[in-house]
Design a protein around this ligand. Structure first.
Ligand code: DOR
Ligand code: ZN
Length: 375
């Protein structure tokens, strides 16, 4: 047994589903899943119901998280076609602005170039007042984070360049996208990006086996796209899960009549670290590669506060099979069930308290902090 101590991980892209979809996940179960995965900070997406697009809704979400979360939580605000910049007064209390320009789950979606222009211009004007939180500053704005696939990606890159707004590209999945991001970075554009474990470890080859449990946005890509992510790993700043729980019934598993349009998305909080540690065992990654992308870089890009006396203990040589039965996520399944992995999270310590040990969450509801609310 070789148990090592690592910093608590950050998952910069999760959907904890409160309010509106508590039957899929809530702040209690989602943050319990985070601790079980060695994650001590999560950044929660705004595509809830209602979406997090106004000061009142951000405050409501913050209250819910403060009462229930067992790890630290940052909250994104989102822009809608009808409430374009209603979030503006509370922008510094959010970890960043999330803009959806490609199809996915929920009602948040920006449809016009005029609105995109306005969002980047407004964010830049606000940043001129309060600064960016990047580079360790404790206040100011986070980056604009986009779900922008295919041809929408250069639109966002151009706007980020024109307005000098730091841009973070969520869940890059295709060769064309990572190669464009690489070119943008080589030109010095203020752009960062993330890749998910499902886009790194699964491809279209897995779809027949996974069915609706392999359906997410962006969709699983070809083996050549997956190879491109690995070839260009030095341009991938963050590994993030896009933890997006939907129930098996919604996915049409175990029901007689298949749903017409199962919602896209897969859970991921509890499987990211073992999958990455398995790739490390296979010689595809180093432990430093993992920690840079799961802790140092997300903290820097989103300007997250350090968590004192916080670490995880991981038996990196423990081999076992991922199973649905062991999961804390409310939906109780993973597309990686049945896969053999290395790396068992033995214990998680948050601010000096043992909050998770050998499969059990020990933290009291509400012991997690909600980030940036006082700023
Ligand atoms: O597959 C996805 N599911 N991709 C997203 O961008 C959103 C997510 C969800 O919220 O279910
Ligand atoms: Zn997402």
């Amino acid at each position: 047994m070789s148990t090592i101590r690592l910093p608590g991980l950050v998952d910069a892209h999760v959907h904890l589903r409160e309010p509106g979809y508590e039957y899929k996940e809530d702040f209690a179960t989602g943050t319990m899943a985070a601790l079980a995965g060695g994650v001590t900070t999560v950044l929660d997406m705004p595509n809830t119901n209602p979406p997090t697009s106004t000061p009142e809704r951000l405050a409501d979400k913050a209250r819910r998280a403060a009462a229930q979360a067992v790890c630290d939580v940052g909250l994104f605000v989102g822009a809608t076609n009808t409430e374009a910049d209603a979030y503006l007064p509370v922008a510094p209390q959010a970890c960043g602005l999330k803009i959806y320009v490609s199809d996915t789950f929920g009602s948040l979606r920006i449809d016009t170039l005029a609105l995109m222009h306005r969002l980047f211009r407004t964010w830049a004007a606000q940043a001129a007042q309060v600064g960016y939180r990047m580079n360790g500053a404790p206040h100011g704005l986070g980056p604009i984070t986009v779900h922008a696939e295919e041809l929408m990606l250069p639109v966002c890159l151009a706007l980020s360049h024109l307005y000098a707004v730091p841009l973070h590209i969520a869940h890059v999945s295709r060769r064309s996208e990572i190669e464009l991001i690489r070119a943008a970075k080589e030109r010095g554009l203020p752009v960062t990006c993330e890749a998910t474990p499902h886009h790194l470890f699964l491809s279209t080859d897995d779809l027949p086996r996974l069915g609706a449990c392999g359906d997410m946005r962006p969709r699983l890509a070809t083996p050549d796209d997956v190879a491109a992510l690995w070839e260009n790993l030095e341009f991938v700043d963050i590994f993030a899960t896009d933890h997006a729980p939907h129930t098996l019934v919604e996915k049409g598993i175990g029901v007689s009549e298949a749903p017409a349009a199962p919602p896209p998305g897969v859970p991921g909080l509890e499987t990211m670290l073992p999958l990455l540690l398995t790739a490390a065992q296979d010689g595809r990654l180093t432990l430093d590669d993992i920690m840079m992308r799961c802790s140092d870089n997300p903290r820097r890009i989103y300007g997250l506060p350090m968590q004192p006396e916080t670490w995880i203990e991981v038996d990196v040589d423990a081999a076992y099979e991922l199973t649905n039965a062991d999961l804390k996520t409310k939906v109780g399944w993973t597309p990686f069930a049945g896969q053999r992995v290395y790396g068992r999270i033995e214990r998680v310590v948050l601010r000096g308290e043992s909050v998770y040990a050998r499969g059990e969450v020990l933290a009291a509801p509400g012991s997690g902090k909600v980030l940036f609310q006082g700023l």
